[in-house]
Design a binder for this molecule. Structure first.
Ligand SMILES: O=c1ccn([C@@H]2O[C@H](COP(=O)(O)OP(=O)(O)O[C@H]3O[C@H](CO)[C@@H](O)[C@H](O)[C@H]3O)[C@@H](O)[C@H]2O)c(=O)[nH]1
Length: 475
């Protein structure tokens, strides 16, 4: 089919990035778009369970160079100690010749790439292929962190003090601010500094994004006006490119449709919408102190809970968990709580009828998965974009469909009472404010996410925009 659009997907190889690229692939392939999905061997099993099988879709393995000593079956940053995560970016940079060969053979119309591959647009352009940066981050996070005017008037790497100030024109209202002038805390600003730092000769993530955007035919974002209107307007005012919004990309149900009996039976012991599911995505880890306070806070709520914890690579999870959990905790809570270490089928758990609340790090896909399953949100962001997702969704945010856990300005500390208070607001005190309004807003968003035609239109519009770009309607 000569007129079938062909799109190569080239995500950064961390699951939080691969996952939205898969969801977009599924939507596009269901509308007849041919998808070639680049991934590394360690990811193939997981990609296969989520990528809906279709004659329109193929997985294309990419080999990371062995010279960096990365594990051969690496499945993203979660398999690397945090200090080595940068190696994955370097390894992706080194795939450039391989990517060039693959793109010249595949001859797609478009390649969608991630924040790290700043070199991709020029390579694609040599081959007559259109490149588009697909940002898996929310507009609010993009607006605060990588808006081109972020570094205006700043010499060198921004400090925490610089990062405490939003870029000029960022839509702050007294609503979103932590106090009268600030959107984020000192602890949160500290987690952003690395984004602007060069590592050895490698460009900073900020510079990678700027270069990636500047070479793109359009910027593709996983969001919508309903969710992020003011932040989209701001980012559009800063970037002179067409924007394509994919909408929230409601995930297709995973192909292993059924929840393991082990989880299903345990969850089914509790009443409808009563269980607090608590997890932190694929690459966010809690310190021992945070684990202890979180566990005690969950116990205080008296609600049933499923707590999923993970630890950085090379840490012994059994030992780390034993050290972190309060003495006697597992015994005291054995009738109501489970603590699990390792991967869980998150979408299926959120979809279980007994799960009513999701306490999480505010990873963007995790938020959408919770909302589409009609779960209440308790937000405990720890770094980067999570902070802004949480401000967006939290009590005072534009969406205001969840509650943020109160944390300390200087070090992000929270105590068990902070967990208890936040959960109680959306799960117990539901006839009082703020729980009442938050639940109403959560329901509005749930309805928006469930409107199939509305969601489908984002993808139909995207296809129209892509055709326009090919016809020269856009640069
Ligand atoms: O045990 C697990 C853990 C995760 N997931 C899935 O993994 C995805 C995780 O998505 P998300 O929470 O958005 O991302 P993170 O894994 O936290 O990864 C990163 O990438 C996101 C961008 O997509 C950012 O928002 C996060 O801050 C960043 O940590 C979701 O589809 C989950 O369903 C599982 O199925 N099982």
């Amino acid at each position: 089919m000569a007129d079938q659009l062909h799109v190569v997907m080239f995500p950064f190889f961390a699951f939080g990035h691969v996952s939205p690229f898969i969801q977009l692939s599924n939507k596009l392939s269901s509308h007849g778009i041919h998808i070639s999905f680049f991934t590394i061997p360690g990811f193939i099993p997981r990609v296969k369970t989520l990528l809906v099988p279709s004659p329109n879709t193929e997985i294309v393995p990419l080999q990371l160079p062995p010279s960096l000593g990365l594990p051969p079956n690496l499945a993203g940053t979660m398999d690397l100690p945090p200090s080595e995560a940068i190696k994955l970016i370097t390894a992706i940079d080194l795939t450039r010749p391989q990517v060039k060969t693959l793109l010249s053979e595949l001859k797609p119309n478009f390649v969608l790439f991630d924040f790290a591959q700043h070199w991709l647009p020029s390579l694609a352009s040599e081959l007559g292929i259109k490149a588009m940066l697909f940002s898996v981050f929310s507009a609010i996070a993009n607006a605060y962190i990588v808006s081109p005017n972020r570094l205006s008037g700043i010499e060198g790497i921004p400090t925490v003090d610089h990062l405490l100030k939003p870029p000029q024109g960022f839509p702050t209202s007294k609503n979103i601010a932590r106090d009268q002038s600030r959107v984020i805390s000192t602890f949160e600003a500290q987690s952003l500094v690395f984004i602007y730092e060069k590592v050895n000769e490698s460009p900073s993530n900020f510079d990678r994004v700027q270069e990636g955007i500047s070479g793109s035919s359009a910027v593709v974002m996983k969001t919508s006006y309903e969710m992020e209107g003011p932040y989209l307007d701001f980012i559009k005012s800063q970037i002179n490119k067409p924007f394509i919004l994919t909408g929230p990309l409601i995930p297709e149900p995973p192909s292993d449709l059924v929840l393991d009996a082990k989880w299903d039976e345990w969850l089914a012991r509790f009443s409808e919408k009563s269980v607090v599911f608590c997890s932190f995505g694929s690459e966010t880890f809690l310190t021992q102190e945070r684990i202890r306070e979180l566990a005690l806070g969950l116990e205080l709520t008296g609600l049933p809970f499923l707590l999923v914890l993970n630890f950085p690579a090379k840490v012994n999870p059994k030992v780390a968990l034993e050290d972190a959990l309060p003495r006697g905790f597992l015994k005291r809570t054995k009738d109501k709580g489970v603590v699990h270490v390792g991967w869980v089928p998150q979408q299926l758990i959120l979809g279980h009828k007994s799960v009513g609340c999701y306490l999480c790090h505010a990873g963007f896909s995790s938020l959408i998965e919770a909302l589409m399953n009609d779960c209440q949100l308790v937000l405990l962001p720890l770094k980067g974009d999570q902070i802004f997702n949480s401000r967006l969704m939290g009590e005072n945010g534009f969406v205001s469909a969840g509650i943020e856990v109160n944390t300390r300005e200087e070090d992000g500390y929270f105590g068990k009472e902070d967990i208890f208070t936040a959960v109680k607001k959306v799960m117990v005190d539901v006839e009082e404010e703020p729980g009442k309004s938050i639940r109403l807003n959560q329901k509005k968003l749930y309805k928006f996410l469930k409107e199939k035609d509305v969601q489908d239109k984002f993808i139909l519009d995207m296809i129209v925009e892509m055709k326009k770009i090919l016809e020269g309607g856009f640069s």
